[in-house]
Design a protein around this ligand. Structure first.
Ligand code: ADP
Ligand code: MG
Length: 562
């Protein structure tokens, strides 16, 4: 006797139903999706007894003609796709034609629907998958009532959790639907008490405001990039759980560990251990580039270019965060006319009036009053950045800022020649909390760069010693810069690399700024130091420190051959 038999259709449906309909909240999800696919702008959800007694979803969508209503609850009945190609161009939430048949097979279902524009429609009752009754009724839009869920599948019914738990999942489901579709109004009543009321919102911001309130929204940053918009935790607005983390792809909530990882890694060191960001990320991806037919409840997706999606999520979050970090970095960072890193005594006392005109690098040889000839002037300032000097065999033009940067950078990077100065009066440096939190864990590394600082609590560091050249520098700005490097650094980057970046930052910060002219002695020292540098020709960013023209070059320029 044969042992294999094809299961009766009804049993097939119940097995399928098990995949799609786990619990009352799954019914809510599927029915809301149908309403949205039907173009509804308003969806009402009513729940009795945790959804066991009643789940009712009413919408003002386009409804169904009688003939459609009569087949909509058959397995694989759908109006949303008809060919295989359609599977790769899905623009609706549903497409599998499984929801109504699944729900109908495990409950007592009633559908009331009328095609839009008509108030006369049809009502059908289906119990455990069997059509019981068809009537004409006055109706508008579509209402689906699900009673006695799992009445004929006791095993499944046994798995239902407490009413509270089921209600929790239902509220979450309607909330997620609300977040996915701000342009749709939602209401939810639980045992006749209004639980959620979400009028049509102008966008995700307004929807988040409706759901979570002003304070919550205030802690979020908004980002909009071509195919991605998001609301994400601003600095310090972290939670101890992963609640409130949502990713939507084409307005469908999905679970995707890899994209979540993208967000977390973008937060990187901003995120304290065991803390979690809030995020609402909305991705729009061409339907041909994403496959939703992976999971029966469509919670998972497959991207054709997973890495590109990962990168775009990472970059957007990163950008949002660095945007805010840049604002913060303004805190205490010197501006062009703020004091530079030099001590007042070293400023050039010579009254050089015409240096106020900016020196244009293309025209280093400027007007005559600037050029000071004679034996007193071994070094000639051209504008306020360039210094010309000669060794008799040619002429060298030096960018004193770039040269200084190179020297400081090498010293900081190597941690040698730093000449640490103990401050007589330690400096209290107050920082934005995020930067402070980063720095207090890295004080040892700072020490290697000649900056001795202690945690003073209350977002304050006490700076006790600095390399000599930072003596008068803006410590808050420098600390912000260092914190920024630390924040930017990815967990895996080698220490050297990080140190290199910090050194560049500090060097740039504290080297000679534009409008300061060095004395002859200072220039002489600068040139000595420069010639001892590993790469005297370039500043840490790769720009030249000096341009040399030999006599031969000059001859060529003057067309004096031979
Ligand atoms: P799917 O959504 O995957 O197409 P369903 O079983 O959920 O499958 O629904 C079957 C069909 O019933 C839908 O394709 C749609 O044509 C129709 N339908 C279901 N719900 C509604 C509704 N609320 N308003 C209008 N039509 C609906
Ligand atoms: Mg559906």
């Amino acid at each position: 006797m044969s042992e294999i038999k094809v299961l009766p259709e009804e049993l097939q449906n119940r097995i399928a139903a098990g995949e799609v309909i786990e619990r009352p909240a799954s019914v809510v999800k599927e029915l809301i999706e149908n309403s949205i696919d039907a173009g509804a702008t308003g969806v009402g959800v009513d729940i009795l007894n945790g959804g066991r007694r009643l789940i009712r979803i009413s919408d003002n969508g386009r409804g169904m003609e009688r003939e459609d209503a009569l087949i909509c609850f058959y397995p694989h009945a759908t109006s949303k796709i008809s060919t295989e190609e359609d599977l790769f161009d899905i623009r609706t939430l549903g497409f599998r034609g499984e929801a109504l048949s699944s729900i109908a097979s495990v409950s007592r279902l009633k559908i009331l629907t009328a095609p839009s524009g008509l108030t006369l429609g049809v009502s059908l009752e289906i119990h455990g998958g069997e059509l019981r009754e068809v009537r004409e009724v006055a109706h508008s839009g579509t209402t689906v009532e699900v009673k006695d869920l799992f009445f004929n599948t006791p095993a499944r019914k046994k798995f239902l959790k407490s009413q509270r738990t089921e209600v929790y999942h239902i509220v979450e489901t309607v909330t997620v639907a609300g977040l996915s579709h701000p342009d749709v109004a939602f209401s939810l009543t639980i045992d006749r008490a209004e639980t959620l009321r979400l009028p049509v919102a102008g966008g995700i911001r307004e929807r988040v405001l409706q759901i979570y309130g002003e304070e919550f929204l205030g802690g979020l940053m908004e980002v909009n990039e071509h195919n991605l918009s998001a609301l994400i935790s601003g600095e310090e607005n972290f939670r101890s759980s992963r609640a409130n983390q949502y990713i939507f792809v084409n307005r469908r909530p999905i679970r995707d560990a890899s994209l979540r990882h993208a967000v977390y890694s973008a937060y990187d060191t901003l995120l304290p251990r065991d803390r979690h960001p809030i995020f609402f990320i909305y991705l729009d991806i061409a339907p041909s580039e994403v496959d939703f037919n992976v999971h029966p409840a469509k919670r998972e997706v497959r991207f054709s270019d997973k890495e590109a999606v990962y990168r775009s999520v990472y970059n957007v979050v990163r950008k949002a965060l660095s945007g805010s970090a840049e604002e913060d970095a303004d805190y205490g960072v010197e501006t062009d006319d703020a004091p530079d890193g030099l001590q007042p005594a070293t400023r050039n006392p010579q009254p050089v009036t015409s240096v106020s005109q900016p020196a244009t690098p293309e025209v280093p040889f400027v007007t005559e009053p600037l050029l000071k000839y004679g034996s007193d002037f071994k070094y000639i300032y051209l504008g306020d950045v360039f210094v010309a000097y000669t060794d008799g065999r040619g002429i060298t033009l030096l960018d004193h800022h770039a040269a200084h940067e190179r020297i400081l950078y090498e010293r900081l990077r190597q941690g040698v020649g730093l000449e640490v100065t103990q401050l007589l009066f330690p400096k209290q440096v107050r920082l934005p909390a995020r930067e402070y939190n980063v720095l207090i864990h890295r004080l040892d590394e700072l020490k290697e760069m000649g900056i001795e600082a202690e945690d003073f609590g209350h977002n304050t560091l006490m700076v006790r010693a600095v390399p000599g050249f930072l003596f008068d520098a803006d410590m808050a700005g420098i600390m912000s810069d260092i914190a920024f490097c630390l924040i930017e650094s990815t967990a895996g980057s080698p220490v050297e690399d990080l140190r290199d970046r910090i050194a560049k930052r500090i060097a740039c910060h504290s080297s000679v700024r534009g409008a300061v002219m060095l004395s002859h002695d200072e220039i002489a020292r600068l040139l000595d130091d420069l010639s001892a540098a590993e790469d005297p020709e370039h500043c840490p960013h790769g720009r030249p420190t000096r341009i040399q023209m030999s006599l031969e070059d000059l001859k060529r320029m003057f067309k004096r051959t031979g």
